[in-house]
Design a protein around this ligand. Structure first.
Ligand code: NAD
Length: 342
């Protein structure tokens, strides 16, 4: 089985090569991202394996279909970059629903602690033998109110971590699932939280859920964490909130326009994205480049589940991790599914 593996990075190779050899899957590692110009590279492969910043829109899907591709295997949980509606009836789509929700939830807390306790500043100072403490005053997380948007796998673990810190937790979810958490409306969460962490998927409904009007409702000094998808936040509005001294800090692992920037070494280049440059220049903004998932455990799980998805799809004709446009309410759909989506 030949699989065209787009947007491959050095950290992908050990886990995918090892599980591929064991399961007789021949990965063709391609450094380029999948898009209309590169789709041709999938020639001869019935499967393409894609990541979060590959473009899998209607045009790309048609090209892949004409080339004989019959399965798109996402090596991510999120699938907002795939036009699943257009793929329906042509190419099946599978994803990795969970690989290590702990990796992402722990990264969210790592960002929060770094920001609140100014660890990033202290690290740079002591490397220069500057042992001054001025400007490094933080605040206790204990007793603060954290608002968690999306209480699925990752949000739920983040809640447990926050409870361990003695924080008060408020939650908002379209489909509340926990009985031990206080669910409130989104407006109440925005108004009452000292810290807000986003863990819901990017959908047309959640796009820019944090915009200027949402920020206006937040407490002065609020900290915003986004480890979910960049477009949940209107970055222009966030920057304005920071410049107005209304937003006290932002921890961003994702950014709406990240696809041509993140995952690459741009250190020798001039960054064209003024908005991102300005955000990074702020003393109270921390940006990591979509690395929340990046743990050894997560990489092994991603490789194993991706290969299992491909094998079960072709050998058993069914894969429990298949997605389609009807899966808007995917958790409920998947529980009942006994056959392929089409
Ligand atoms: P999940 O499906 O387990 O949970 C998502 C939760 O969001 C569910 O409880 C769902 O009911 C809720 N939700 C859906 N629509 C909503 C809405 N309109 N308003 C509020 N809540 C809504 O997903 P997960 O595994 O917890 O992942 C959450 C997100 O994290 C993913 O969608 C993905 O975008 C992101 N993610 C990021 C990284 C990273 O490396 N930064 C890695 C993995 C996942």
């Amino acid at each position: 089985m030949k699989v065209a593996f787009f947007d491959s990075k050095p950290y992908d190779l050990p886990s995918f090569q090892s599980v591929g050899e064991k399961e007789d899957i021949d990965f063709k590692f391609i450094e380029a991202k999948l898009n209309a110009d590169t789709a041709e590279l999938a020639k001869g492969c019935p499967v393409v394996c894609v990541f979060v910043n590959d473009t899998v829109d209607a045009g790309v899907i048609d090209k892949l279909y004409d080339l004989g591709v019959r399965l798109i295997a996402l090596r991510s949980a999120g699938y907002n970059n795939v036009d699943v509606r257009h793929a329906f009836g042509k190419i099946h789509v599978v994803h990795v629903p969970a690989y290590s929700p702990y990796a992402v939830a722990e990264h969210a807390m790592a960002l929060l602690l770094t920001s609140v306790r100014r660890i990033h500043k202290a690290f740079n100072r002591t490397r220069e033998f500057n042992f001054s403490l001025s400007g490094l005053t933080g605040f206790d997380l204990h007793g603060k109110t954290v608002g968690v948007v999306g209480t699925g796998k990752i949000g739920s673990i983040f809640i447990d971590i926050c409870k361990g810190f003695g924080m008060n937790v408020l939650a908002y979810d379209k489909y509340p699932s926990r009985s031990d958490v206080r669910y409130v409306t989104l407006n109440e969460l925005l108004e009452q939280s000292d810290i807000i962490s986003l863990h819901c998927p990017l959908t047309p409904e959640t796009r820019h859920m944090i915009d200027a009007s949402a920020i206006a409702k937040m407490k002065t000094g609020v900290m915003i964490i986004n480890t979910s998808r960049g477009a949940l936040i209107d970055a222009e509005a966030l920057l304005q909130g920071i410049k107005d001294r209304h937003v006290g800090g932002a921890c961003l692992d994702v950014y709406e326009e990240e696809s041509d920037i993140f995952f690459e070494d741009r250190s020798g280049h001039i960054l064209d994205d003024d908005l991102l440059s300005r955000l990074i220049s702020m003393p109270n903004v921390i940006v990591t480049s979509h690395q929340a998932f990046l743990t050894r455990e997560a990489l092994d799980n991603i490789a194993e589940t991706t290969v299992r998805n491909i094998k079960t799809f072709f050998e058993e004709g069914l894969c429990e991790n298949e997605l389609c446009y009807r899966c808007g309410n995917i958790e409920h759909c998947k529980k009942d599914r006994k056959e392929k989506c089409f």
